[in-house]
Design a protein around this ligand. Structure first.
Ligand SMILES: Cc1ncc(COP(=O)(O)O)c(C=O)c1O
Length: 370
């Protein structure tokens, strides 16, 4: 199996597993919210993990709210975070977990604006400026840091300046950015950030919303009042520790990973471009190191991939694969439904090798030429 689907999920890093294992053993029993030594030990480990997460994104430990993943973090930011009387603005290329909140926000009476993007998937700060001028303030703006289908990175610094000029709140879904690029919430003036363990070589089933005033989400679930009441429920110590370890590794490795993975992505693109006439690349050229999204006009990508079971690549976002709908991201970039169906997404990651990239290109081109 050649695994080139790191944007859907990254393998657990062995060092993360090593950090988690002691907390999965029977002698590590202890509810981290309990007032006895076993509970305090678990609580200490979780506090350390919070520190690693906060350091990765330029925030404070107390601003980290653990969730089950980024879907829940985005839901808490949007359904819980749009201020009373305010509106909500999101670009058309957001992840389904953001877009799916919009009908409920509209039902509650909040005006909602979906911003168009340019042909590479980028939001124009001037478009945000005029959209904000039409909404009551404070409104909530949610813009993903990097897109999960085409890898385009948004101009967050400029968007943050525009949002601040209107007194709006800015949240970002940074799920895809963090493994290869730095982000600093304090320096950018961001009030909310979502992240996910399994896009960061950490465990599945854990993520976080990092949140600071004036973003004050109301809880979207009821329960025992843990995490300042924002997200109740017993914290899963091994998963929290794993997320913390993944964040520390990301900080140590992201520059080297970005350089090496970006080189492999360029090599893959060159090989495909040289052998498949008419192939086009989607998204911005300066996008995420690990993402290569291409259209090979005339093919039915999902159908052709059935002939390459040894190659794990995507035809759209993982959440949509199999649904048969053309990717909403590619349509927002201006592709026709037929071209969207003719598109493939390669997701390269920390473990990807040159040999794998070459073999993937060979197998795909042989299949399409045959
Ligand atoms: C950009 C983006 N946001 C949110 C999510 C959802 O993350 P999770 O699987 O942790 O719920 C994903 C996962 O595909 C994603 O790529």
């Amino acid at each position: 199996m050649i695994y080139l689907d790191h944007l859907a999920s990254t393998p657990l890093d062995p060092l993360v597993l090593e950090a988690m294992l002691p907390w999965m053993c029977p002698d590590a029993a202890g509810n981290p919210h309990a007032a006895h030594p076993a509970g305090w030990r678990a609580a200490d480990a979780i506090a350390q993990a919070r520190g690693e997460i906060a350091t990765l994104v330029g925030a404070r430990s107390g601003e980290v709210v653990f969730t089950s993943g980024a879907t829940e973090a985005n839901t808490l930011a949007l359904l819980g975070g749009v201020p009373a009387g305010g509106g909500c603005i999101v670009p058309a290329v957001e992840h389904a977990s953001v877009l799916a909140c919009l009908p409920e926000l509209r039902r509650r009476g909040h005006p909602v604006t979906i911003l168009p993007v340019d042909g590479s998937g980028r939001v124009d700060p001037a478009a945000l400026d005029s959209a904000l001028a039409d909404l009551p303030q404070p409104s909530l703006v949610s813009v993903m840091a990097a897109n999960n289908e085409v890898g385009t990175v948004q101009p967050l610094a400029e968007l943050a300046t525009v949002a601040a000029g209107h007194g709006a709140i800015l949240h970002t879904d940074a799920v895809q950015l963090l493994s290869t690029r730095a982000i600093d919430m304090a320096a950018l003036g961001l009030q909310g950030l979502s992240l996910s363990g399994h896009k960061l070589y950490g465990p599945m089933g854990i993520g976080a919303l990092v949140v600071r005033a004036p973003l004050r989400p109301v809880p979207v679930s009821a329960g025992g009042g843990q995490q300042r009441g924002l997200r109740a429920g017993t914290l899963p110590t091994p998963l929290c520790v794993g997320l913390g370890a993944a964040c520390r590794l990301a900080r140590e490795r992201r520059e080297e990973d970005a350089r090496r993975i970006g080189g492999l992505r360029d090599r893959l693109w060159q090989r495909l471009r040289d052998r498949l006439p008419g192939i086009r690349r989607n998204g911005a050229e300066d996008g995420l190191a690990g993402c290569l999204n291409v259209t090979i006009p005339g093919i039915d990508a999902a159908d052709r991939l059935l002939d390459l079971p040894e190659l794990a690549i995507a035809t759209g976002s993982a959440c949509h694969s199999g649904a048969g709908e053309p990717s909403h991201v590619l349509l927002a970039l201006g592709l026709s439904p037929a071209d969207a169906h003719a598109s493939l997404r390669f997701g390269l990651g920390r473990g990807t090798t040159e040999a794998e990239v070459d073999e993937a290109a060979d197998r795909l081109t042989a299949l399409l030429a045959g």
